[in-house]
Design a binder for this molecule. Structure first.
Ligand SMILES: [Zn+2]
Length: 953
C-alpha cells in the first residue's frame, strides 16, 4: 500500500529541467515547417499558483499537471477564456469552448478542428486533432493507414506490417456526453494545449507517436443548458443540490441515454459514428464523472464473448497501468473493475470495440457544477453495491452511502474520510489519467496498431470458422418497411449486407433472390452477430449495468435466420448501400386500399393525408389477388396525391372500384398530448422522438397544463409515457423544499425554458392533477399509460378494477425480450399483427390483475384457473420457455399477467400497457401497438370494458 506522504514530490522540477532538451528537439524537428513560432518560454507561474490554491489537498494533483508552459503566440485556455481551467465557480459555454479550440488551431499547426455535423439545436459538432506538426499535416495519410488496417481482406500480413510501421494510432477522447458531468470538457482544453506545446519528454513522446482526437462536448445542447442551470441555481449552493432539482433537460430528447443509444438515433451520436467509420481510432475513451475518485474501466463480467479475447486482455492492461502510475504519483482512490460490465454494445464509445477497437471509460469524482464541496466517504467497512453492477448515484456517493472508501483487490488505495473536492481536483485526476493513457499508447503505439489489425483479421477468420456463418433476412416479408429499418441500421454501423442475386439453397432452407445476406467473413462480423443473435448470458448469476438484450430481429419483429451452412459465404450478392423503399400505387380512381401489414409508417401516412378521409377496414378483404388485412386503410383522394404520400413511405396501395364490403370506421387523428413530469423527461423524450420521426403531432404537457383542467376540451388522447418508476412520483414528482424552482428562458439564461417552461418545477400534478385526468376520461378522453406509468390508474383509482403489484426482490430482468400473447386479435390495437404470439420487451412495469367481480371472502371460486377478462387484450405467458432473448430470473412471477388492459370509464377509457411499446428507438415491432391505439382511439370500444368474461385461451 503506498505511503500517504506524497511520493510525487520526488519529481519536483522534473518538467522544467527537461524543458531545454525538449525545446531544442522541437526547433530541429520543425525546421522545415512553415510555422516555427512554437517556442516554449517558461512555465506559467500564475497557473502553478492558481492550481495549487484550487487543489484542495497536495495529493490530489500530480507532477504531470501542476505546471503549464507558456508558448509565444499560442493561446492558453486563460488567454481566450479569461481564467485557468478548474477555477472554482467557472464553467464554459460551448461556443467559448469552440472559440478556444479554433484559436488554438489558428496559432499552431499541431491542432486542427474538423466539423462533423450539427446538433439537434443547431450547434456545430467538431472533432479536434492534436499531434506533431507532421502528424497533423499528414492526417489524411494516417487516416488511410488506419482504414487499411480496419479491413484486412485487402492486405497480406507483410503489407500490414509495413503499414503498422508507418502508421500512428488515433486516441479519441470524449467529454460532455453527460451534461451534468462538467469537468472533462474543461480539462480537455488544457490537455489539447499541453499536448500541443509542452516539451517534457513524456508529452513530446505522446505528440510524436500518437494522434490525439477530441470530442470537446458530445452533447453540446445539454452542456449549455446545464451551465445555465448552474449559474442560475447551482453556484449559490454550498452542499450539493439544496434546491432538490436538476435541470429538466440536457439534450432535446435524452439525458444519460445518449450513452444507451444503440441505434444511433440522436444526431450527435450518429455524427460521431459517421466520423468513426472514416477515421477508425483504435481507442475511444469516454470521460464521465460519477465515481470516487477515479474509476478506470476494464470490462468486467458479464462480457460479450463475441468480442476478441485480445480486447479483454488489453482493457485491464491499460487500466492497471493507469492505476499504478497515479498511485505512484500519490493520488489515492484510483480503481478499476467492480462497476460497468462488457455486456451491452450500446454505450457510445463501444462503437470502437464493436469495430475491433477498444472502448475505454473513466468515472472521475465531480459535481454537476463548479463549486468546491465537501465529500464524505464514510465508513470504509460499510456494505454496499460493489461488484453488483448497480449504479450508485452521485447523491449516494456524496452522502457516503457508497462503500468506495473500502479497500478491495481492484481498489488497493481507496480515498477515505471527509475532504473538500474542487473542479480543479477533477481536472487534475482526469488530465493525469488521460496523459497516462496516452503515455502507454505512445510507449507501445505499434502494439496498439498490431492489435487493431489482428482483431480485425480475427473477426473475418472467426467468422469463417465458427458455427454461425451468417444471417439471412428472407425476401417477401409482409412488412418491408421494418426490414428496411433493420438493414439500414446494420449498414449505418458499417456492416456489409448483400442482396442475393439468385435463389439461395442452404441447409437451413431455400431463400428467394432478393433476400438480404450478412456474411460472417467481414471485418464487422462480430458486431453483426452481437446485434442479430439471441442474447444468452454467460453467467446467469451476474447483473448488468444496462440492457439484457437487444436482438434486432425480435425488436423489429422481422424474420432473421441464423445460418450455419458455410455455403452462405459464397452466396452471390450485390452489395447494399442503403435500402430505399419506394411504395407502389396500382390502378386509378378516387379510392385506394393501403394494406396494413404492420408498418409503422401507416400513422405517418395518416398524418400526411390529414385533410382527406381515411377509413380502416375492420375485417380482412380482397381486391383482385391482393389481400388486405383488418386495419387496412381505405383512402379517398386523387391518385397523384395518394401516390406522393404512399411512395416515399414504402407502402402499397391498390385502387378500389368500390368500397370494400366489410365494416369500416373513420381513422380520426386525435388531438394528442404527451404528459411529462419535470423529473422524468428522458423516458418521455424517447416517445417524443418516435412521434417526431413518424410525424405524429402532439402537445407536450406538464402539471401546469393538467392542473388548468378542462383537458377534454383540448385533447382526445393523452399518452403518459413510462417514466419515474412509481405512481407516487408520477403524481408528486420533485419534492418542494420551500423555494420555487423556475425553468424559464431569460436574457441571461437563454437555454432554459425549452421544451416547456414552468414557474416552479416542484410539487408534481398532485391529487388535483389525478382528478383532472379522471374528469378527462369520464368526459370521453382516452388515457394511455405506458410501463411504470400504468401504476397510476391502478393505484390512484382511475381504474378501480385494476390492481398493480411489483415483482419480488428475487426477480431480475433488465429488459429481456419475451413472448406476449394477443388475446383479442380483433381489437384495432393489433391491426397489422398476424401472429398470436409476438416478441415484447419486458419493461419492469406493473404486474396487473383485473378484479373479476367475485368477492374472495364470500364467493366460492369455480374450479380451474380464473377466467381472463375480455378487457385483457394481451398478456405475458411467462415462464422460462417464453424468454426469447436476455435474462429473466423469476420468469414465473409474470405468468399470465396482463400486458395490455382496456378499461372503460364514463364516456372514455384508460388503456394500460404494462410494457413500454416505445423504448429507446429499439422495439420497432411494438411501436404499432401504440400507434394503432392513437389512430383508432375512438373505435377501440369493444365489449372489453364490460364485466363479462370469456374463458382463458
Ligand atoms: Zn456519465
Amino acid at each position: 500500500m503506498p505511503t500517504r506522504r506524497r511520493p510525487a514530490r520526488l519529481f519536483a522540477g522534473f518538467c522544467t529541467v527537461l524543458l531545454a532538451v525538449g525545446s531544442a528537439a522541437l526547433s530541429q524537428s520543425t525546421e522545415n515547417k512553415q510555422v516555427t513560432s512554437q517556442v516554449v518560454a517558461s512555465d506559467d507561474s500564475d497557473f502553478a499558483r492558481a492550481v495549487k490554491e484550487w487543489t484542495t489537498r497536495p495529493e490530489f494533483s500530480s507532477p504531470l499537471v501542476d505546471h503549464l508552459p507558456k508558448a509565444h503566440g499560442i493561446p492558453s485556455p486563460k488567454d481566450v477564456l479569461g481564467h485557468h481551467i478548474g477555477e472554482p465557480k467557472k464553467l464554459t459555454y460551448y461556443a467559448d469552448i469552440l472559440k478556444y479550440y479554433r484559436a488554438l488551431a489558428a496559432a499552431t499547426p499541431r491542432v486542427k478542428v474538423l466539423p462533423i455535423g450539427t446538433s439537434n439545436e443547431g450547434r456545430e459538432l467538431v472533432v479536434v486533432f492534436v499531434g506533431a506538426d507532421e502528424s497533423i499535416e499528414n492526417l489524411e495519410t494516417y487516416r488511410g493507414y488506419l482504414a487499411q488496417l480496419a479491413d484486412p481482406r485487402k492486405l497480406a500480413d507483410a503489407q500490414a506490417r509495413d503499414i503498422v510501421a508507418k502508421a500512428k494510432p488515433i486516441y479519441h477522447l470524449s467529454g460532455g456526453l453527460h451534461s451534468g458531468e462538467v469537468g472533462p470538457s474543461e480539462m480537455l482544453m488544457e490537455l489539447a494545449y499541453r499536448v500541443a506545446v509542452e516539451d517534457s519528454p513524456l508529452v513530446k513522446q505522446i505528440r510524436d507517436n500518437v494522434i490525439v482526437s477530441i470530442t470537446p462536448v458530445a452533447d453540446p445542447d445539454g452542456r449549455d443548458r446545464n451551465v445555465d442551470w448552474y449559474y442560475k441555481y447551482g453556484i449559490n449552493e454550498t452542499e450539493g443540490r439544496t434546491t432538490g432539482a436538476g435541470v429538466p433537460y440536457w439534450g432535446k430528447y435524452v439525458f444519460h441515454d445518449d450513452n444507451r443509444d444503440i441505434n444511433y438515433s440522436q444526431v450527435e451520436m450518429r455524427a460521431l459514428l459517421d466520423w468513426y467509420l472514416q477515421w477508425h481510432p483504435p481507442i475511444m475513451h469516454d470521460l464521465h464523472q460519477s465515481q470516487t475518485l477515479l474509476y478506470t474501466f476494464s470490462g468486467q463480467a458479464p462480457q460479450n464473448p463475441n468480442l476478441d479475447p485480445i480486447l479483454y486482455a488489453e482493457l485491464p492492461m491499460m487500466a492497471n497501468f493507469e492505476m499504478a502510475q497515479l498511485t505512484k504519483y500519490g493520488m489515492p482512490g484510483v480503481w478499476t473493475h467492480g462497476y460497468v460490465d462488457m455486456w451491452s454494445p450500446g454505450y457510445l464509445a463501444f462503437m470502437s470495440s464493436n469495430h475491433n477497437g477498444m472502448i475505454r471509460m473513466y468515472e472521475i469524482q465531480g459535481f454537476s457544477g463548479a463549486n468546491t464541496q465537501k465529500l464524505r466517504l464514510g465508513n470504509p467497512n460499510a456494505p454496499g453495491g460493489r461488484g453488483t453492477g448497480a449504479q450508485p448515484d452521485a447523491a449516494a456517493i456524496t452522502a457516503g452511502r457508497s462503500n468506495q472508501a473500502q479497500r478491495e483487490w481492484y481498489r488497493p488505495w481507496p480515498a477515505t474520510g471527509e475532504f473538500d473536492w474542487s473542479l480543479r481536483n477533477n481536472t487534475n485526476y482526469g488530465e493525469t489519467g488521460v496523459l497516462t493513457a496516452l503515455q502507454y499508447t505512445s510507449q507501445f503505439p505499434k502494439v496498439i496498431l498490431e492489435n487493431f489489425y489482428v482483431k480485425s483479421r480475427n473477426s473475418i477468420e472467426t467468422g469463417r470458422r465458427e458455427a454461425v456463418a451468417g444471417y439471412v433476412i428472407p425476401a417477401g416479408q409482409r412488412d418491408q418497411t421494418r426490414v428496411a429499418v433493420l438493414v439500414n441500421m446494420l449498414r449505418m454501423q458499417g456492416i456489409e449486407v448483400g442482396k442475393a442475386t439468385a435463389d439461395l439453397k442452404l441447409k437451413e432452407g431455400s431463400f428467394a433472390a432478393g433476400s438480404y445476406v450478412v456474411k460472417r467473413d467481414q471485418p464487422y462480423a462480430r458486431l453483426a452477430k452481437i446485434l442479430l443473435e439471441k442474447q444468452v448470458y454467460p453467467d446467469a448469476t451476474t447483473r448488468t449495468y444496462d440492457d439484457a438484450s437487444w436482438t434486432m430481429g425480435l425488436m423489429t419483429q422481422t424474420d432473421v435466420k441464423e445460418i450455419a451452412d458455410k455455403a452462405i459465404l459464397d452466396a452471390a450478392v450485390e452489395p447494399v448501400a442503403e435500402v430505399r423503399l419506394t411504395g407502389s400505387v396500382t390502378g386509378s380512381g378516387s379510392l385506394f386500399a393501403v394494406a396494413h401489414t404492420g408498418s409503422n409508417n401507416m400513422i405517418t401516412l395518416r398524418a400526411r393525408l390529414k385533410d382527406v378521409k381515411v377509413q380502416a377496414a375492420e375485417k380482412e378483404f380482397k381486391q383482385g389477388d391482393a389481400t388486405f388485412p383488418a386495419g387496412s386503410f381505405a383512402v379517398s383522394g386523387d391518385a397523384a396525391r395518394v401516390r406522393s404520400a404512399i411512395e416515399p413511405l414504402g407502402l402499397t396501395a391498390v385502387a378500389l372500384p368500390r368500397p370494400p364490403g366489410v365494416p369500416m370506421h373513420d381513422v380520426n387523428l386525435p388531438r394528442l398530448a404527451v404528459y411529462s413530469t419535470w423529473s422524468g423527461t428522458q423516458d418521455v423524450g424517447w416517445v417524443r422522438y418516435a412521434f417526431d420521426k413518424f410525424e405524429i403531432a402532439y402537445d407536450l404537457i406538464y402539471k401546469e397544463q393538467v392542473r388548468r383542467g378542462d383537458l377534454k376540451s383540448r385533447y382526445d388522447v393523452i399518452v403518459v409515457p413510462h417514466q419515474v418508476g412509481t405512481a407516487k412520483r408520477l403524481v408528486f414528482d420533485i419534492d418542494s423544499r420551500g423555494t420555487p424552482i423556475a425553468y424559464k428562458k431569460s436574457d441571461q439564461f437563454k437555454y432554459l425554458g425549452m421544451y416547456g417552461e414552468s414557474d416552479d418545477i416542484t410539487g408534481g400534478m398532485g391529487l388535483e392533477g389525478v382528478a383532472e385526468f379522471d374528469k378527462f376520461v369520464k368526459a370521453g378522453g382516452v388515457l394511455v399509460t405506458l410501463g411504470a406509468s400504468s401504476f397510476l390508474p391502478a393505484e390512484f383509482g382511475l381504474t378501480p378494477k385494476v390492481d398493480a403489484a411489483r415483482t419480488s426482490a428475487q426477480f431480475y430482468s433488465p429488459g429481456a425480450i419475451i413472448d406476449a400473447e394477443i388475446l383479442q386479435p380483433d381489437s384495432p390495437i393489433f391491426y397489422g399483427y398476424d401472429r398470436k404470439m409476438i416478441p415484447a420487451r419486458w419493461a419492469n412495469g406493473p404486474l396487473l390483475t383485473i378484479q373479476t367481480g367475485a368477492n374472495p371472502f364470500t364467493d366460492n371460486p369455480p374450479p380451474g384457473p380464473p377466467p381472463t377478462p375480455q378487457s385483457v387484450l394481451m398478456r405475458y405467458p411467462g415462464g422460462d420457455d417464453h424468454v426469447l432473448s436476455g435474462l429473466m430470473r423469476g420468469a414465473n412471477e409474470i405468468r399470465n399477467r396482463p400486458a395490455i388492459v382496456d378499461q372503460a370509464s364514463g364516456k372514455g377509457r384508460v388503456i394500460l400497457f404494462a410494457g413500454n411499446p416505445c423504448y429507446r428507438w429499439q422495439n420497432f415491432g411494438e411501436f404499432n401497438l401504440l400507434f394503432n391505439t392513437i389512430l383508432n382511439w375512438d373505435d377501440i370500444g369493444t365489449a372489453a370494458a364490460a364485466t363479462t368474461t370469456t374463458a382463458a385461451r
